[in-house]
Design a protein around this ligand. Structure first.
Ligand SMILES: [Zn+2]
Length: 277
C-alpha cells in the first residue's frame, strides 16, 4: 500500500542488478530506475475501499540522468560500499519530496510527503477530503474522528490516534441508539441488548469483544497511568493498522452491507425482468 514509505518506494522505484563484461573482467552494477507511469493501491475514503491510484512526482522532479550519475560517483568513490551508498544517496535525493496520488475511480487526491522524521526517512499522506477510514454511508461525526485518527497516525502520534479511534467508536454507538453514559456504559447497554434480543443485527454478526479492547486501548492512551508513559510504546503503528481493520469491518457491517445487498438485488431484478420479457 502506498500509504507506507516502503510501499510507495516499491511502486515508484525499481532497483535491479546487472553485469557488465569487458577486457577479461566482469562487474556487478546496480540500476535504480524511477518508473515512468507509477501506480499503487491505497484505501480511498470516498470510494470506501482499496483503489488503484496514479502516482505523480511533483517536487523535486527526478532526472534519470542525475540518478545514473549518482550511481557512477558512488562506484568511482568507494566500490566496496557500492551499491548501499548509491541507494542511500538516492534516498537522500527524495528526502524531502512531494508526490500526488489520484484515485482512478473518483476525484479524490492525496499529497504524499517524504520527509526526515525522528527515526529517519518517513512518509505522511494527506487527503483533500476527510481521510482515514470512512465509507459512503458513514455518519459525519464518526468520519470526523476517524479522520482525526488518520491524521495523527500519519505523523506517528500513535497515542493521539488511539484516543481518536476510541472517540469514533463512541460516536458509532451513539449513532446506533446507545446514547446513555460514557463508552463503558454504552458497551454494557449493548451487551444487555444482545442478551435480551433487542440489539441491532450487526451486533450479532460482530464479536463485540473487539469493541471492549478498543475502549481499553483508548483509555490506556489518555489515562495518566500514575505518570508511567512506558505503556504508550505498546500502541505502535502495527497495532493501529489492526485497529483500522476492525473499523473497516464495523463500517461495512453497520453502514454498507444492507445498501450493498439491496443494490445488487435490484440489479439482478432488472436483469431478470429483461430476460422474462
Ligand atoms: Zn476513490
Amino acid at each position: 500500500m502506498i500509504d507506507s514509505l516502503e510501499g510507495l518506494k516499491r511502486c515508484v522505484m525499481n532497483i535491479s542488478e546487472y553485469e557488465v563484461h569487458g577486457g577479461g573482467f566482469s562487474k556487478k552494477l546496480t540500476k535504480i530506475v524511477f518508473k515512468p507511469d507509477p501506480h499503487g493501491n491505497m484505501y480511498c475514503p470516498k470510494c470506501g475501499d482499496v483503489r488503484k491510484m496514479k502516482i505523480t512526482n511533483l517536487f523535486p522532479q527526478i532526472d534519470p540522468n542525475e540518478i545514473s550519475q549518482i550511481g557512477l560517483n558512488c562506484l568511482n568513490k568507494d566500490e566496496d560500499k557500492y551499491p548501499a551508498n548509491f541507494i542511500n544517496k538516492v534516498n537522500q535525493k527524495i528526502t524531502p519530496s512531494l508526490w500526488k496520488y489520484s484515485c482512478l475511480q473518483c476525484s479524490t487526491y492525496f499529497t504524499g510527503l517524504i520527509y526526515n522524521g525522528q527515526s529517519g526517512q518517513d512518509l505522511n499522506v494527506l487527503s483533500n477530503c476527510n481521510g482515514g477510514l470512512t465509507t459512503p454511508n458513514t455518519p459525519e461525526s464518526v468520519a470526523y474522528y476517524l479522520d482525526q485518527a488518520s491524521r495523527a497516525q500519519s505523523v506517528r502520534a500513535t497515542s493521539a490516534a488511539m484516543a481518536m479511534y476510541r472517540a469514533a467508536l463512541e460516536h458509532i454507538l451513539f449513532d446506533q441508539g446507545f446514547t446513555e453514559g460514557m463508552l463503558g456504559g454504552k458497551l454494557k447497554t449493548l451487551e444487555k441488548a444482545i442478551n435480551n434480543g433487542t440489539a441491532p443485527k450487526w451486533a450479532l454478526e460482530l464479536e463485540t469483544e473487539f469493541l471492549k479492547y478498543i475502549k481499553d486501548m483508548g483509555n490506556g492512551a489518555i489515562h495518566s497511568n500514575d505518570g508511567n508513559i512506558e505503556q504508550q510504546a505498546i500502541i505502535d503503528n502495527d497495532l493501529l493498522q489492526r485497529v483500522t481493520e476492525v473499523f473497516r469491518m464495523l463500517l461495512f457491517v453497520i453502514y454498507e452491507i444492507d445498501i450493498h445487498k439491496k443494490k445488487l438485488l435490484e440489479s439482478f431484478r432488472t436483469v431478470a425482468n429483461t430476460l422474462n420479457k
